[in-house]
Design a protein around this ligand. Structure first.
Ligand code: AMP
Ligand code: MN
Ligand code: MN
Ligand code: MN
Length: 285
């Protein structure tokens, strides 16, 4: 397959199911991607691999090419959470399985601490509420808290809940220790995958800090960056295309779809990658 065909492929390398904080079951995510014209899909649930078998099976039934993926939560620098997507990982790899179990293990305690903080600002029983939205009780996420709080009519939508209560610096935000960058890349590489910096435009880092992050990521063997992300403005797409060229990273195209009506963009609905960049999926075709 030529480079051109690669760049023009409708590939979506980042999305979520009910196994983490998505709204659709793995099979439904795959069916929706197929209906949207996606030709190559990676499911990348947060710190979880348990949706991959169902997604792969459904993709095979539909004749849709599928890549096993994961999105690892990482703590970097001074309380910055960074997400690293692993693509083409072996879901049976013991090191990756054990590492992710370790990352997940602190979630429940964190959720209880968040609920206590929210209680103090008058939002009652938020833990039980969030749990009811979680398809996987080991994966209670801020997204589940946000859905619960929005459903109670306390905010206009999920995004406003983050702006008021859940984003860093807001009353329900609880700092948490995720994996280190080196651990995440070690697990991904050990499982045969390529590491991708997820939605770099969302980290609110200064130019200098961003370059430091990308430098450390490159030094640890990181291979790609999400140039196209549902979370990126056109200006950010240009900015991260420049970073990909400068650092020699492959480029990814990633909706980060979580569910209908809740995401920036639907599965497969991003523009094509700039043609001079190397698509991260080139190695998977
Ligand atoms: P957690 O891993 O529990 O910290 O939750 C992070 C998840 O919350 C992300 O993966 C997104 O799905 C969601 N999220 C984070 N920030 C926002 C935001 N500003 N608006 C909407 N969803 C967000
Ligand atoms: Mn999420
Ligand atoms: Mn993310
Ligand atoms: Mn994501």
């Amino acid at each position: 397959m030529s480079v051109r065909r690669g760049a023009a492929l409708n590939a979506d390398m980042h999305c979520h199911s009910t196994v983490s904080d998505g709204l659709l079951a793995p099979a439904e995510v795959v069916r929706r991607a197929h209906a949207n014209g996606v030709e190559l899909l990676a499911l990348t649930d947060h710190d979880e691999l348990s949706g991959l078998a169902e997604a792969r099976e459904t993709a095979a039934e539909l004749g849709l090419r599928f890549i096993d993926g994961v999105e690892v939560s990482v703590s970097w620098g001074d309380d910055t959470t960074v997400h690293i997507v692993g693509l083409g990982i072996d879901p049976g790899d013991a090191g990756l399985i054990e590492g992710l179990a370790q990352v997940r293990s602190g979630r429940d305690q964190r959720a209880l601490l968040m609920a206590a903080e929210l209680e103090a600002v008058g939002i009652h029983d938020a833990y039980q509420g969030a749990l009811a939205y979680a398809g996987n009780p080991a994966m209670v996420s801020r997204a589940h808290f946000a859905r619960h709080i929005a459903a109670q009519g306390l905010a206009r939508d999920v995004k406003s809940v983050f702006d008021t209560w859940l984003a860093k610096g807001k009353p329900g935000y609880v700092p948490h220790c995720w994996a280190t960058l080196d651990e995440a890349l070690g697990w991904i590489h050990g499982a045969g995958g390529v590491a991708v910096i997820a939605h770099p435009g969302r980290y609110r880092l200064s130019g200098k800090e961003m370059r430091r992050l990308l430098g450390e990521f490159a030094a640890a063997g990181g291979g790609a960056i999400e140039v196209l992300s549902g979370a990126h403005s056109p200006e950010q797409v240009r900015e991260f295309a420049r970073h990909a060229r400068e650092f020699g990273f492959a480029a990814s195209r990633a909706s980060d779809f979580h569910g209908p009506g809740e995401s920036w963009i639907d599965l497969g609905r991003l523009p094509p990658l700039p043609e001079d960049l190397t698509p991260v999926w080139q190695g998977f075709l």
